[in-house]
Design a binder for this molecule. Structure first.
Ligand code: MG
Length: 384
């Protein structure tokens, strides 16, 4: 029987991972880690009986411990980074699903790789900021990095028949988000509740905002560079507003291979958990009778500057992708709190990138220090 640990089990990817586990009925859960959602974790522990759990916030971990005791639940309770790492390295686990949002996911991923676990990667920040550390480490420890992000899963699936032929180009699809076609002047007064409505995908709050600003696609370009060892210039973003084509690859002879399907994260999650096996899914299928045409468009880099900024960040390399990612994380939080406007998100990323003195080949400490320094220097920043 396969055994997994899920980091971020109460988030969007985490709960859908557990849906896949429930549906298939032949995967054991070694460990579950959450940030602070004690009540949702209690229900998961009752259902899946993990040996170990981590509640990242210490106070919440204590609360969980009390509640678990009252319900007679038997599991070891940990907290903080130490607890996250313990869950990532749980002995019984073959695969670790890294679905924690943010840079907090990097260290547990590194430790899981060192412990020989395959990684079902859903934490973008890991490769964006530390791809130069993660990919060689995975190679050294002979572990597989199995992409869970739908676009990267699509590329991974397209590559299955490649027989060693390398793609010349990656065509990374994007829905374009809810504000496609709008001008910067129209975007200035977008409110959080507008940006939190994604037309196709049901996702967590940060990634939904990131999808609307194109930051998510920028992070995915960087992720693709590391996962598939391609140059950023060979990754082209194509807007596919229906989210039917999940991405494509082009070979040297001009053949383009695409993966299509309904927008449903459970498919890439299940593919990663059972790779290379394909399991039955009873979910809605793609019906060509319902699709009269497949729409293709191209990114609007003038009104959505976050995507060209991402190419600039990965082109510069070193610590620049960390600035892009960390400033976005801070900016999205401020936008959701009403402290900055919608277009300020990309502007702030651009301004901080312009100020930054790049360090090439940064260590993990450099990356984490930089993130912390940016958090401190932008603490009081607001535009409204
Ligand atoms: Mg994606």
């Amino acid at each position: 029987m396969k055994c997994i640990s899920v980091l971020g089990s109460t988030g969007s990817i985490g709960t859908q991972t557990l849906d896949v586990v429930r549906h298939n009925g032949d995967i054991e859960i070694a460990a579950l880690a959450v940030n602070s959602n004690v009540d949702a974790l209690l229900l998961q522990v009752k259902e899946f009986s993990p040996r170990l759990v981590c509640v990242f916030e210490e106070e919440k971990a204590k609360e969980f411990k009390e509640k678990a005791k009252l319900e007679n639940l038997k599991c070891e309770v940990t907290w903080g980074m130490e607890g996250l790492i313990a869950c990532a390295c749980a002995d019984e686990a073959d695969i670790v699903v890294t679905a924690f949002v943010g840079m907090v996911g990097i260290r547990p991923t590194i430790e899981a790789i060192k412990a020989g676990k395959d990684i079902a990667l859903a934490n973008k920040e890991t490769l964006v900021t530390a791809g130069h550390i993660i990919m060689p480490l995975a190679k050294e420890h002979k572990v597989r990095i199995l992409p869970v992000d739908s676009e990267h899963s699509a590329i991974f699936q397209c590559l299955q028949g490649a027989q060693g032929n390398r793609p010349e180009k990656i065509l990374l699809t994007a829905s374009g988000g809810p504000f496609r076609g709008k001008k910067k002047s129209e975007l200035e007064n977008i409110r959080p509740e507008d940006a939190l409505k994604h037309p196709n995908w049901n996702m967590g709050r940060k990634i939904t905002i990131d999808s609307s600003t194109m930051v998510n696609k920028g992070l995915e370009v960087m992720e693709a560079k590391w996962l598939f060892d391609v140059e950023p210039d060979d990754i082209e973003v194509v807007i596919q507003p229906q989210s039917i084509i999940h991405s494509m690859i082009e070979f040297t002879d001009g053949a383009v291979i695409a993966q299509l399907g309904v927008p449903d994260m459970k498919l890439p999650i299940q593919y990663a958990l059972y790779y290379p096996e394909r399991r039955e899914r009873t979910a809605k299928r793609l019906s060509f009778k319902e699709i009269s045409s497949i729409v293709i468009d191209f990114p609007d880099n003038e009104n959505f500057p976050a995507l060209p900024l991402a190419y600039e960040a990965i082109g510069t390399g070193g610590t620049m992708p960390t600035v892009y990612n960390a400033v976005d994380e801070i900016a999205v939080k401020k936008f959701l709190e009403g402290k900055i406007g919608y277009t300020d998100i990309a502007d702030l990323i651009g301004n901080e990138m312009a100020k930054h003195k790049v360090k090439l080949n940064p260590s993990l400490e450099d990356i984490i220090d930089l993130e912390n320094n940016l958090k401190v220097s932008l603490k009081g920043y607001r535009t409204r």
